[in-house]
Structures are given as C-alpha cells and as structure tokens.
Design a protein. Structure first.
Length: 398
C-alpha cells in the first residue's frame, strides 16, 4: 500500500529534522519554503486519497486509507513529542513551524474522516493537536447544558453518570481518547443541550432518558441507575398484578423506543435497549413465578415430555451463539431484537456439556469469535464441514 505521507515524513527525518535544525538555525525564507512544501503535500495527499480509494475494492480501499491514517497520526505524535521535550530551548520560529506541520496533518485526518467515514478507523487515539481542537468544541457543548443541569437536582446521580467522564477528559486533555469516543460525547451533549430547560422536573428527566436510550448510552453505571429507577417505580405497587403491569409497560417503552443504530458509547457492549430488555424479562419472569405460586401445580400428562423436550445439539454454546448471530446479522432471522432470539434458542436447545443454557452466557459467547482466534477457527471448521456435506450430496432422481 502507498504511503502518501512519505514525502513529509522523509523531510521531517532529514531536511527539517528537529535536532539538525537546532544546530543549523535555518533562515526565515527557508522555513517559509518548507511551509509551502508541507501545504502543497497536504493538497496532493487529499487528491491522491480521493482518486485511489474510489479505484480500489472496499477491502483494499479500507486498508489503504487506514494505513495512511495511522502514518499521519504517528508522524504528528512524533513531532509533538519532540516539541514537548524541547519546549524550553526551541526557537519560537521553529516552534511555530512544527505546530504548522501538526495542524496540516490534522487537516489531512479531518479530510479522511469527512470524505470516507465508512473506512476511517475511529477506534484509535486522536493526535494531541487535533484532540485539542476537538476538546474545545466539546467544551462548548459541555458548557451549553449547564442551564439544563440546574433543573436536575432531584436526579443529580444521573447527571454525574453522564458528565463525569467528559469532565475528567476536559480537565486532563492529555489523557488519550479515541475519535469514536470524543465524537460520541460531542453529539450526545449537543442532543442534550437541545432539550427544553423550562420543562418541569419529571418531564426533563424523562427527556434525558429518551436521549440516552436513543443515542445508545450503554455505560454500565447508567444501566444500573435505570434498573434501580424501574425497581423503585414498580415497587410502589403492593399487588403483583399491578407491579407486573408496570414492568410490561416499561418493557414495551424500551423495545419501541427509536434508536440511532450508528451511535454506541461502548462498541463492545450491547445497546441499553437490549440490556434493559434482558433485565426486564428476568424481572417479569420472577414476578410471574411469584404470582403463580398460589396456583395448583399441574401434573404432567402423557404429552408433557414431548412439549418439554429440547433440541439436543452437538456443538458448544459459543458455536451455537455464533451461528445464531450470523443468521440474525445476515437477515435469515427476521426478529429485530437479538436478545429475544437468543432467549427462544436458550429455552429450546441443549448443547454439548450444557443441558441448561443461560441467555447471558449465550449472548456473551455469540460475540466470542470476534476476539478469540480459537473460537473463530472452531466455528470456521464447523461451517466448512456443513458446506462439504452439502457439496457431497447428490440430487435426488425422480
């Protein structure tokens, strides 16, 4: 893959290498020439990116763009690290020049993100100078919701869960942060700042939860906070029937809540809708069982074993979960709620070594192949065996 940063990188290492420049003290005209070189290279790099990515396949285009993205970040961080190490003994003109180079590299990254968001790697840390720029924009959004926060005295814990991680970053902006995280927080705060600060307290809290669920704010502290809130509301009702009715209502609201699928605070965790639905399902099953304790126990009849019998599968829980995830991802399973699908599978199947399957275990292991090469290899072998079997079957003659 072509390294579009090669010219700038070679010049940084030779022509205007920091230690060399400290000894030679280049003239102002020479530094101006270097500025022009870097600026023209930035323009050429963008044109090359736009031209080359469109001519490559999706896979090669993604690899090409991400390689250049990483090269840009590495170079920007190398220059910045040198600046920090020599900030007290560097000539002001050289300091300005290196800052200029870093800003030009930042512009290249911003162009990559703007023109090719589908290929851009959002899960790597932002270089310092670009993080500083994005931090300023984030701080403006953070400051914009102060008026709304004044109306949240009753649920200060909720605002603390939302704002504390952002405040930590704003107070210590040298802390590494990824493109994904800072972009997510910026969009979340912008959505929260649009809420009507004149709402009454209950309305304000309800609208805050609407935004958090819509923007897939799946912070574990928030999920715990929301489940405690549901428990306290449902706990007002002394009759099991009334409590169940309230839990049913919460589940319906969560399931039907519109969400922005492209937004997710923690990509490795399920959405808050899935997490809350799972918790509500377990809570509902518990209270339904409590309600049924007073009913006569049915004696299993002749057909009982047939209805209770499960499908016995010769595969592990991880393999079963991965297969169901693939079918759901490819659209072979129409149910939109993945947790509901896993629940049905867990209740109706057994696997090798597991007569009873936990929904949580099935969900966790369904994603295991993403990060576990051994699990991925095992699944691949199983799928290849299936494919070989289909290929070996002869068509039935009529």
């Amino acid at each position: 893959m072509v390294n579009e940063l090669k010219t700038i990188a070679e010049n940084v290492k030779s022509e205007f290498f920091p230690l060399t420049l400290e000894k030679e003290k280049p003239s102002s005209s020479r530094i101006a020439e270097w500025r022009q070189l870097v600026a023209s290279e930035r323009k050429r790099i963008l044109e090359s990116l736009l031209s080359n990515v469109t001519q490559l396949s999706d896979k090669d285009g993604c690899r090409y763009l991400q390689n250049n993205e990483k090269n840009t970040i590495i170079l920007a961080e190398q220059i910045h690290d040198f600046q920090i190490a020599h900030e007290h003994d560097m000539e002001p003109e050289l300091t300005d020049f290196y800052e200029f180079v870093c800003h030009e590299l930042d512009f290249i990254l911003e162009d990559m993100e703007r023109f090719y968001p589908c290929y851009f790697d959002y899960d790597i840390p932002i270089p310092y100078t670009l993080a500083l720029k994005k931090r300023d924009a984030l701080f403006d959004s953070y400051r914009g919701i102060n008026e709304l926060v004044c109306y949240a005295d009753k649920d200060a814990v909720l605002w603390d869960i939302i704002l504390k991680p952002i405040a930590h970053y704003l107070n210590d902006f040298q802390r590494p942060i990824t493109f994904h995280t800072i972009n997510y927080y910026h969009l979340l705060l912008r959505a929260l700042s649009r809420l009507d600060a004149s709402d009454t307290l209950p309305e304000a809290e309800s609208r805050i939860h609407d935004v958090l669920i819509a923007y897939n704010f799946n912070d574990p502290d928030y999920i715990r906070h929301f489940t405690r809130l549901i428990s306290s509301v449902a706990g007002i009702f002394t009759k099991v029937k009334d409590r169940l009715e309230k839990l049913y209502w919460f589940r319906k609201e969560v399931r039907q809540h519109p969400i922005k699928t492209e937004m997710l605070l923690l990509p490795d965790r399920p959405s808050p809708a899935d997490l809350l639905t799972t918790w509500l399902d377990e809570e509902i099953r518990y209270w339904e069982a409590r309600k049924d304790f007073s009913l006569p126990v049915a004696v299993p009849g002749e057909g009982y074993l047939e209805s209770a019998r499960k499908i016995r599968l010769v595969m592990s829980v991880a393999e079963l979960g991965a297969v169901i995830r693939l079918l759901h991802k490819l659209g072979a399973i129409k149910d939109s709620n993945f947790m509901d699908v896993l629940r049905v599978v867990a209740e109706s199947c057994t696997t090798t070594g597991a007569e009873e399957i936990s929904v949580k275990s099935l969900h966790a292991k369904a994603y295991r192949t993403k990060n576990d090469p051994i699990a991925a290899r095992s699944l691949r072998k199983m799928l290849l065996r299936w494919a070989d079997f289909l290929n070996s079957e002869q068509p039935v003659s009529k």
